[in-house]
Design a protein around this ligand. Structure first.
Ligand SMILES: Cc1cc2nc3c(=O)[nH]c(=O)nc-3n(C[C@H](O)[C@H](O)[C@H](O)COP(=O)(O)OP(=O)(O)OC[C@H]3O[C@@H](n4cnc5c(N)ncnc54)[C@H](O)[C@@H]3O)c2cc1C
Length: 338
């Protein structure tokens, strides 16, 4: 049984989070009854078997998780991870599922859906648990007249997913307003880290390389008039509405833009010039509105999307001699890296 004292970490005198090693090696088959028995003893009746993951993703694609658990507070999240590690069971932390393409054969091991969503605001600091919806954080910040996250209005998903991928729009990104965070790193120690730890770059953070799990984040925002903040949010949402295929099932921009020093070449521009719009593979299609958005136009399989992505990369390579890189994360059955 996990004790609160084992895992609580304090920020500004408030209880928050925890640390456990985030990498998992597995030699024990998930379906092993003994593992399931021990895991369900630890996690209780909320541990589910054979859960379809497609409904938990914005693409609406993916097979079943062998085991599935919704963590609603940081202790549960850490406990689930720690237990999986003890059982040498693979695990994967799923946020809003808006940047992943999950394998058709599903995921072996334990999928932990991060539903830790508390947000605390103190003066100009917004501290949120990593499963908080980014949209909710932006809304609460706006209510308190705090500016700095308006660029992210309309980006789906959780704070954890956003920080891992340094989500951004209109030339700004979450890494610019993050001051500190609590991560789950190795050896089950609580670790508070500052902005420098993450080594933020364009859609990059250290979490992508280490697989550490983020538990909470503090953003430092600026006081500004609520009306101005609301206006910026509205403008940004309108721009998105105009340029993105909102109604479609997608994971947002599929490929990263090309960044070379100060210069940026939009992947959407390259794909458009290469004739990508409307291209199809099975149930997957390139949006006719935005060439860098791949959509699930029916019953697309992950394999359809991957094949289409490979064709698109080839087209851009042939026409421009540029190698596109996926922004969307492929999660395969072994989830070797988070
Ligand atoms: C319509 C649409 C528009 C979008 N627009 C943008 C945009 O403008 N800019 C942009 O940057 N992105 C955009 N995206 C992509 C996506 O919304 C972001 O990347 C988002 O931040 C992903 O968060 P998530 O919680 O959904 O992550 P998920 O998809 O659940 O997970 C993504 C990765 O992050 C990892 N992860 C999740 N939580 C944690 C955690 N607590 N600790 C460590 N790792 C974690 C997962 O394991 C996985 O590897 C868009 C997507 C859609 C569907």
């Amino acid at each position: 049984m996990l004790l609160w004292e084992d895992v609580v970490y304090y920020i500004d005198g408030r209880a928050w989070a925890i640390i456990v090693t985030a990498k998992a090696n597995s030699s024990i088959p998930t379906r092993n009854k003994e593992v399931y028995k021990r895991l369900s003893e630890a996690l209780g009746r909320r541990l589910k078997k054979e859960v379809a993951l497609a409904p938990y993703t914005s693409f609406g694609i993916g097979g079943k998780a062998d085991l599935f658990f919704r963590a609603t507070n940081p202790e549960e999240l850490a406990f689930a991870i720690r237990t999986a590690q003890e059982l040498q069971l693979r695990f994967f932390v799923l946020g809003g599922g808006s940047n992943v393409l999950i394998s058709d054969s599903g995921l072996r091991g334990l999928v932990i859906r991060n539903e830790c969503g508390k947000v605390l605001i103190s003066r100009n600091r917004v501290t949120c648990q990593s499963g908080a919806a980014l949209s909710e954080v932006i809304k609460l910040a706006c209510q308190r007249s705090l500016s700095g996250l308006e660029f992210a209005a309309g980006i789906p998903g959780t704070v954890g997913g956003a920080v891992r991928g340094n989500a951004g729009a209109f030339g700004e990104s979450v890494g610019e307003v993050l001051t500190s965070a609590v991560i789950l790193a190795e050896k089950a120690e609580a670790k508070e880290v500052n902005n420098g730890f993450f080594g933020f770059g364009y859609r990059e953070s250290r979490l992508k390389r280490t697989g550490d799990v983020l538990l909470s984040v503090t953003f430092e925002l600026k006081k500004q008039s609520k009306e101005e903040i609301e206006e910026r949010i509205k403008t940004n949402l309108e721009k998105r509405e105009e340029n993105l295929p909102w109604q479609e099932k997608s994971a947002g921009c599929f490929f990263k833009n090309i960044i070379n020093g100060d210069k940026k070449i939009s992947a959407g521009f390259l794909l458009d010039r290469a004739g990508a719009k409307g291209m199809r593979q099975g149930g997957a299609q390139v949006s006719t509105k935005h060439a860098n958005i791949l959509i699930n136009s029916g019953n697309a399989k992950a394999e359809d999307v991957k094949r289409l992505a490979r064709k698109l990369k080839m087209k851009v390579k042939q026409k421009f001699d540029i190698d596109l890189q996926e922004e969307v994360v492929y999660i395969n059955s072994g989830f070797s890296r988070i």
